[in-house]
Design a protein around this ligand. Structure first.
Ligand code: RVP
Length: 499
């Protein structure tokens, strides 16, 4: 007879946190979000910790080197997608590890067709007076010019003047070539009396900007996630098929932590992969995804350094519809956390848990942490930002970014859905979609972190560990969900357009 789980499995939206006493020292400024990434023994420091509990998903549409640099700068980690050739993935890892502070990904970008009014709006929003003008208005588009405060006169120039009429065009720009060192870039800046030097690749695509002020990047980004050589920490996805070739190349490129990217991790292939890595390399490895205590235990006993939880909850994921496997993310997490705590009691080894997929609202992150996750993995959330590797498009009146699942025809990441046979999969487990464009990673992350810290204060907690122990979580009924949104009022249009 089958085993039945007759309690319905739950999602984050079905829970709320009940505030605890907030003491006077419990202010957002005092909250510390540092959290372990890999396993450690009781009384010891984790070998790698994150400064914020965020990781970006192992997906083509989310985690390339640009995302990895941007997120590490804020204190989190990206796992570079594994659904590309071994050489390309290793190159991305190498780019992150060799990235040098002082090279910034442009945060203010427009196209030549935008107007002076757009420049002024953007300046007000971002505070940056240097705007990169690229073919598609993205941070890595083909560079066509630069606009600074010296290119226009606010009092004289018409606001609708198109940028191409007053930008400094590419032909007249001094620029550096990809691979230039910071000191070479600084020499160009001083020799030509520049404020900002764009760095482009062989196809004239913008890579970075180097600014004159030789600021101390570490002071501006106090949470940045660095290894002992002051390079950014980076993760990378692997699969259970070509790991004997892929892992050596990634380790050689300097990867700090690997993760087996799979929709269902409770398998002998994962055990073999973890065992191979542990036997041959000194590199950390996470495994998953699982949704129950048995799956957790199996992967931990195979040697996994952290375990990823979640099947079918991803925003682009249709695994549950296609195959009928999965579990509500909150229920899966609660059970695995219980198994982790039990394992810790038995062995004194703490295994960090990553809650992967299905985060829709910022408060879902706080709930996941309160329920015992050590960090979350997000796809949709990061796909919306300038730093994600996908195209930004205008659909109707709105800007969107493309976002597709690893199990979609577009990604063709069949290794992720490995069932052991040689043949390719017959059906998709993911969709191709758009997500609303949301601007820069740092601005959005600051807002989300602000909300998490504020909620933690409501719960009387100054650290994630304290939150886990103090959190009081209640199930909500379907009718109280209605009560939680704006209700029984007529919303003004300005509120409707906000997310
Ligand atoms: P979300 O943040 O809700 O967009 O979910 C991202 C997660 O969805 C990924 O980390 C991964 O676990 C899962 N995923 C990725 N591709 C697919 C798919 O095609 N089904 N699912």
């Amino acid at each position: 007879m089958a085993t039945y789980y007759l309690e319905p499995s739950r999602t984050f939206s079905e829970f709320l946190l009940i505030p605890n006493l907030t003491t006077k020292d419990c202010t957002p400024a005092n909250v510390n979000l540092k959290t372990p990434l890999v396993k450690f023994n009781k009384g010891e420091e984790p070998p790698i910790s994150l400064n914020i509990p965020f990781s970006s998903a192992v997906m083509q549409a989310v985690s390339d080197h640009g995302m990895a640099i941007a997120l590490a700068r804020c204190g989190g980690i990206s796992f570079i997608y594994g659904s590309q050739s071994i050489e390309e993935e290793a190159l991305m890892v190498r780019k992150v590890k060799s990235y040098k502070a002082g090279f910034v990904i442009s945060r203010s970008n427009l196209t030549p067709e935008h107007t002076l009014s757009d420049v002024l709006d953007l300046k007000e929003q971002t505070g940056h007076s240097t705007v990169a003008i690229t073919e598609d208005g993205t941070a890595n588009g083909k560079l066509l010019g630069i606009v600074t405060g010296r290119d226009y006169r606010k009092s004289r120039d018409p606001l609708n003047r198109p940028i191409h009429q007053f930008m400094t065009p590419f032909e007249k720009l001094i620029y550096g070539k990809s691979g230039i060192t910071l000191s070479e870039a600084n020499n160009l800046i001083w020799d030509h009396k520049l404020n900002c030097l764009p760095i482009t690749d062989d196809e004239q695509r913008l890579e970075y900007l180097v600014f004159r002020k030789d600021y101390d990047e570490h002071k501006e980004n106090p949470l940045e996630l660095l290894d002992e050589n002051k390079s950014y920490i980076v993760g990378a996805g692997i699969n259970t098929k070509d790991y004997k070739e892929r892992v050596p190349a990634l380790v050689e490129a300097g990867v700090d932590v690997l993760v087996i990217d799979s929709s269902d991790g409770y398998s002998e292939w994962q055990r073999e992969t973890v065992e191979y890595v542990k036997a041959n390399f000194d590199v950390k490895i996470g495994a998953g995804n699982v949704v129950d205590r048995e799956g957790f235990r199996y992967l931990v006993e195979s040697g996994a350094d952290f375990v990823k939880v979640g099947i079918g909850g991803g925003s682009i994921c249709i695994t549950r519809e296609q195959k009928g496997i999965g579990r509500g993310q909150a229920s899966a997490l609660m059970e695995v956390v219980e198994a982790r705590d039990q394992y810790f009691k038995e062995t004194g080894t703490y295994i960090p848990i990553c809650s992967d997929g299905g985060i829709v609202h910022d408060y879902h992150i706080t709930l996941a942490l309160a329920m015992g996750a050590d960090f979350v993995m997000l796809g949709r959330y990061f796909a919306r930002f300038d730093e994600s590797p996908t195209r930004k498009l205008k659909v109707g009146n709105n800007f969107v970014k493309e976002y597709w699942g690893e199990g979609s025809n577009r990604a063709r990441n069949w290794q992720r859905y490995d069932t052991g046979g040689k043949s390719k999969l017959l059906f998709e487990e993911g969709v191709d979609s758009y997500v609303p464009y949301a601007g820069s990673l740092q601005e959005n992350l600051d807002k989300t972190i602000g909300k998490i810290k504020s909620t933690m204060c409501n719960c009387g907690s100054l650290s994630i560990d304290e939150l886990k122990h103090k959190a009081r979580i209640t199930l909500v009924s379907a009718t109280s969900l209605v009560e939680g949104g704006a209700h029984d009022v007529i919303l003004k249009e300005s509120s409707l357009s906000e997310e």
